[in-house]
Structure formats: structure tokens, C-alpha cells
Write a new protein. Structure first.
Length: 459
């Protein structure tokens, strides 16, 4: 069977993102040959919801994804639970959402299925995301295991293989690591195992719940993982040990005081190998200390505001290690296999002077609302600068940075329709004169914040 994998451990605050991703999911399946490489024990040890039920027709179901979010209505499949092995209540109705890629063929109303699924909406347990669905008559091996599984068991097992490679790129060749001691830490138990000559390992009778896996690796490698052990099941886990190159340092203001801000790491050239070309960012702590870890070999640029324009929170130009604003003068940090660089300190130049940009909107008599949309285009890519409500004739005053370049547009809701101004681009100078803008162009209707889509619509 085709499987659909999605972490059920996402925080509740990501629910809105989940709904954006799932909004277009169809109640059908992607074509392809059925594939399910897990054993019944492994599948049972992986998913928090396992049950047999009869599928009904697609139905509208209202759900509240989180206490602080409004109720929404989804299209889901209602399933009457006949037999519950984990996670749901027998004889209850649960709703499967979404179904895309859960099986090799569209579910048939009135047919019985074995469902493996997860919960992606906090404490909400009547909406299940199906990870794998099998017609009951085709799930004999799974059902045989489930029927004889000990429902009173409080422990489970974990097995897998320890390899060296790239965690984010399964296509890269991975090398088994034999003879490595692997430590398993749960709340009350510490167990150890040693990988065999093919890197394989197994541990049994681990207590149900979270387990920290810590391979005792050489300093240049790292491969710790967290897993969830489910009672009565076998949890499969491939441990990928990655090269642990590290870069550490401090971010200092011109007066040598520490700065708490995002530090960015970029590949020094376009052929950055497996490293994400958009880079990584970490936040310096209250002492200005930062660290990048698990770095593959390569040359890297370290700095502040390298892939975003300066703003009032960090009013500094793009600054590269060791403290230059000119990229061609930046000193790349060369990382080998597990190289540790200490003291990669950044001393920032004087901050950019703050300024004020005043915008006056005219010809808006009778409008119900007016906003100024701002984009920072000082350095590519452009960055959203915010939405500023207006109350004409009172001007809008925006905090900006001197020398920075901005793009502005006015959006007005008027009885005659949606109106927009021409796009204006300005470079802020000391004592910049007031800008006068008129919304006279017909615009498109916007749902929500008009500034979130107005730039796209005007391109």
C-alpha cells in the first residue's frame, strides 16, 4: 500500500499551517503500485491510532483544531470503528482527513478497512490522518498480529541500523557503522546495545513513551535521535550519524557589548554541495554567543542580516565575518570533516540612523478603510515591511532607516470599489519630505490583509 507520512508530533501552534497544506487534499489517492515495507509489528509500533472500521461517504464535519483557534468545517470520511487496537474508541465515529496518498485506490463506502493513522490536531481524537489503509480482507497478516498482541503490555522494542551519511538526503550513499555502543534513555531506564557488523541493532522491553537514542560516536560525528515507543509494538529507526562540523563565536556591537540577534550561515559559493543555499540562522544568546553544528565539509560565510534587510530591531548593514560590510572582503570559514572553529566573532559597525517616513493620503473622501503597504527593497530579495492603517487626513508615520530603499503603495476601500495608488519607491534621507499619495487606480478585492497580496497582484 502507498503510505502517507506526516509527523504527528507537530506543535498545536502549527495547526494553521497544516490546514493550509491540507486544504487542497482530495478524497482520492495518487496512482502508483502498493508499497508497505514495514512489518505489522513495526507499523503497530509507529502509529498512535490503529483500528478496523466501515467507511461511509464523504461528509462535512465541523472541528475545533485548537482551543485558541476558531472552528472550521472540513470534508472527511466518516468511519464507524468496529475494533480498536489503539488510540480511538470502539463503536465511535471518527473522521479521516485528508485521504490523499493513504491508499492505492479510492476508499469504497460500505467497505471495511484496517486504518493506521495519527493525530495532528492536539487533543482532538475524532479526526485521524490516515497513514495507511488496507481493505480488511487484504490485511490478514496485520490482523493476525494485532489479534495476538498483548493489550496489557507496557513495553515495546526498537530496532534498526546505524549508518554514516546525510540525514536530509537518503539518496547519498550511507556507510554502516559496526561495533558502536548505542544508549537508550527513557524516563526511568537506561539500556545499551552494540551495532553488529552491518550496523544493525535491537533492544527489547523498553517502557512505553519517549526514548532518547545516543550512539557513542567519535567527536566528529553526531546522531542522537528522539523516538516514541508504543506498547506491544516494534519501532523501526534508522540512525544517521552526520559529520559534526561546528562554528562558534560571539556577536558584538561597536562598543563591544553583546548583541542578541539572528546570525546567518551561507555557503561561500553556489556549489555548496548538500548544504541549503538559503543558509541557516541561529539566535545569539544574551551573551552574544552562537553556534552552528552538524555542518558538512565546505566553505561558509558567517554574518548578520546576510539574507534580509536591516530593520529597527537590528539596524545594521549586512556584516560578514570578521566585521566587514563588503562581501568581497568576507573571510570564509573552512570546515573539514568534524572541524570545530572557535572564536568566529563578529563586530558590527555603527547602527544605521533611524528615520521617519511620513505619508499623506489624499482624495479618499468616503472611504471605509485605508492602508499603506511597505516593502524594503534595500537588498534583494525584497522583504515585507508591514501594513500601516491610515486615518486621512492625518498622515501615516513609519519608522524607517536612513539610506534604506522602500517601495510603497496605498490601498483604499471605497464605495466605488477597491482603489490603489501607483507604486512609489523612495530612498530615505535625513528630514525626508512628506510623501503625498492618491489611490485612483482600480484594484482587486482582497481577503484579509491587502498588503499580503497587493505586491503579487501588481507585478
Amino acid at each position: 500500500m502507498l503510505t502517507f507520512h506526516f509527523s504527528h508530533r507537530r506543535a498545536v501552534q502549527l495547526v494553521s499551517l497544516i490546514f493550509v497544506a491540507f486544504a487542497m487534499a482530495r478524497l482520492s489517492a495518487r496512482p502508483g503500485s502498493p508499497q508497505d515495507t514495514m512489518t505489522p509489528c513495526e507499523r503497530f509500533g509507529t502509529e498512535p491510532a490503529v483500528f478496523v472500521g466501515e467507511v461511509g461517504a464523504p461528509t462535512r464535519h465541523r472541528m475545533k483544531p485548537a482551543p485558541d483557534l476558531p472552528s472550521i468545517e472540513i470534508t472527511a470520511l466518516a468511519v464507524t470503528v468496529e475494533r480498536s487496537f489503539r488510540g480511538v474508541v470502539a463503536k465511535a465515529v471518527v473522521y479521516l482527513y485528508p485521504l490523499d496518498a493513504a491508499m492505492a485506490a479510492a476508499p469504497v463506502a460500505g467497505r471495511r478497512y484496517l486504518v493506521y493513522g495519527s493525530f495532528n490536531f492536539g487533543e482532538l481524537k475524532d479526526v485521524v490522518m490516515p497513514v495507511l489503509m488496507k481493505p480488511a480482507e487484504e490485511a490478514a497478516d496485520d490482523l493476525a498480529f494485532l489479534e495476538f498482541a498483548d493489550p496489557t503490555s507496557k513495553s515495546g522494542s526498537i530496532s534498526g541500523v546505524l549508518v554514516q551519511g546525510n540525514l536530509s538526503n537518503a539518496g547519498q550513499k550511507r556507510q554502516p557503522l559496526p561495533g558502536v555502543t548505542i544508549r537508550f534513555r527513557s524516563r526511568d531506564t537506561i539500556v545499551e546495545a552494540v551495532s553488529d557488523d552491518k550496523g544493525r541493532y535491537s533492544v527489547f522491553d523498553l517502557p512505553e513513551g519517549p526514548v532518547r537514542i545516543e550512539p557513542l560516536l567519535p567527536d566528529h560525528l553526531v546522531g542522537n535521535r528522539n523516538v516514541e515507543i508504543r506498547a506491544g509494538g516494534c519501532t523501526p529507526q534508522v540512525l544517521v550519524a552526520e559529520l559534526n562540523g561546528r562554528i562558534r563565536g560571539r556577536v558584538l556591537r561597536p562598543d563591544a557589548s553583546p548583541m542578541t540577534w539572528l546570525v546567518t550561515l551561507l555557503p561561500a559559493n553556489s556549489s555548496g554541495g548538500s548544504f541549503d543555499p538559503s543558509g541557516r540562522s541561529v539566535r545569539a544568546d544574551q551573551n552574544g554567543d552562537y553556534e552552528f553544528s552538524v555542518l558538512p565539509p565546505g566553505e561558509y560565510l558567517v554574518g548578520v542580516n546576510l539574507n534580509r534587510p536591516p530593520d529597527n530591531g537590528a539596524p545594521f548593514p549586512a556584516t560578514y565575518y570578521p566585521g566587514t560590510v563588503r562581501r568581497q572582503e568576507a573571510v570564509p570559514v573552512v570546515v573539514g570533516e568534524g572541524t570545530v572553529h572557535e572564536g568566529i566573532d563578529l563586530t558590527l559597525s555603527d547602527p544605521i540612523r533611524p528615520g521617519k517616513l511620513e505619508i499623506r493620503i489624499q482624495d479618499v473622501v468616503g472611504s471605509s478603510s485605508s492602508v499603506v503597504c511597505l516593502q524594503d527593497i534595500t537588498t534583494p530579495p525584497s522583504a515585507p515591511g508591514g501594513t500601516y492603517p491610515a486615518a486621512p487626513p492625518t498622515p501615516v508615520v513609519i519608522d524607517v532607516l536612513e539610506g534604506s530603499r522602500y517601495r510603497l503603495i496605498v490601498h483604499v476601500e471605497h464605495p466605488s470599489g477597491h482603489l490603489e495608488s501607483d507604486i512609489v519607491e523612495v530612498t530615505v534621507a535625513p528630514g525626508h519630505p512628506t510623501l503625498t499619495m492618491s489611490a485612483t487606480l482600480r484594484g482587486r478585492a482582497h481577503s484579509g490583509d491587502p498588503c499580503s497580496t497587493v505586491w503579487f497582484n501588481r507585478r
